[in-house]
Write a protein that binds this ligand. Structure first.
Ligand code: CP
Length: 305
């Protein structure tokens, strides 16, 4: 009997039990990495990385991660493949998935990755779409657990754009049983229908200071996500009061953490005192992309070990 193909297209694709396994596995894989212990469960497996948008962390963490697991990587971009010359997604998916074992895609609309997955013979991972960034939130929650223990029952303050990160935090909150306090400027609100969540896993605040009150974690992202550059000037005006500063951090719990998925614009969405201050865990957060994604790739190809 053939094994059911599993994709990772949204945070809600996995259960809470699957995340519990992945976080444990990521911790083990991280320990082995730090001890220079070989861990090669994916020998002879190949990962295709498809980027239709720029990346530093996602590319390095997937590429280095796959080599560290014993496998290899093929890297494609829109500019250097037929993807940029209008080859249908369905055909690209059929062809690429006959030649590799796993595909990661960073693209624009979620419908594009969903269509690719529908025609793929191998697991597909979302490396960021306009709607979701599940690998990042997996790394963020793993980082929270490392520093503070379980995220269950905790409060995460989201300050800024109602973007792919915000949508993914909402999915995570519903699944892992915590609350998100969301504060966005008017016109940049989250759309609950996109996240597909119940309305009891988050609360909306007009004032970002109130969203941060008693939070266990304060987090934000750039004011202008990739693909929305034409709105940059309008966004700078609209988001002027949504800069995470020390006043906001002081309204959060005294041991609150600060996270940012990076790249960051100091002086825009976050003050330098916050991102470079003692409550910030952004470097651990970035590093943990490597460890959680290694656990994810291993799980998608080999199941629970
Ligand atoms: N956070 C994140 O996805 O970083 P990159 O855009 O550099 O991949």
């Amino acid at each position: 009997m053939s094994k059911k193909l599993k994709h990772y297209l949204q945070f809600s694709n996995f259960t809470a039990d699957e995340y519990a396994y992945l976080f444990e596995r990521a911790a083990l894989i991280k320990r082995k990495f730090k001890a220079y212990e070989k861990h090669h469960p994916l020998t002879d497996r190949t990962l295709a990385l498809i980027f239709e948008k720029a990346s530093t962390r996602t590319r390095v963490s997937f590429e280095a991660g796959m080599y560290q697991l014993g496998g290899s990587v093929v890297h494609l971009t829109t500019g250097d493949s037929q993807l940029g010359r209008a080859e249908p997604i369905e055909d690209s998916a059929r062809v690429i998935s006959r030649m590799v074992d796993l595909v990661m895609i960073r693209t624009f609309e979620q419908t594009k990755i969903d269509r690719f997955a529908e025609y793929s013979r191998v697991p597909v991972i979302n490396g960021l779409t306009n709607e979701f960034h599940p690998c990042q939130i997996m790394a963020d929650i793993f980082t929270f657990i490392e520093h503070r223990g379980s995220i269950r029952g905790k409060t995460v303050a989201w300050v800024g754009d109602g973007n792919n990160m915000a949508n993914t935090w909402l999915q995570a909150a519903q699944l892992l049983d915590f609350t998100v306090h969301v504060s966005t400027p008017r016109g940049y609100e989250i759309d609950r229908a996109v996240a597909g969540v119940r309305n009891d896993c988050y609360r909306v605040f007009k004032d970002p200071m109130l969203a941060c009150a008693n939070a266990d974690l304060v987090t934000t992202d750039v004011w202008t996500s990739m693909g929305f550059e034409a709105e940059n000037e309008a966004r700078k005006k609209a988001f002027a009061d949504w800069c995470v500063d020390m006043d906001m951090m002081r309204t959060a719990k005294s041991d609150a953490l600060f996270m940012h998925c990076l790249p960051a614009h100091r002086g825009e969405e976050v003050d330098v005192d916050v991102i470079d201050g003692p409550q910030s865990v952004v470097w651990d957060e970035a590093e943990n992309r490597l460890h959680v994604q290694k656990a994810l790739m291993e799980y998608l190809l080999l199941g629970q070990l």
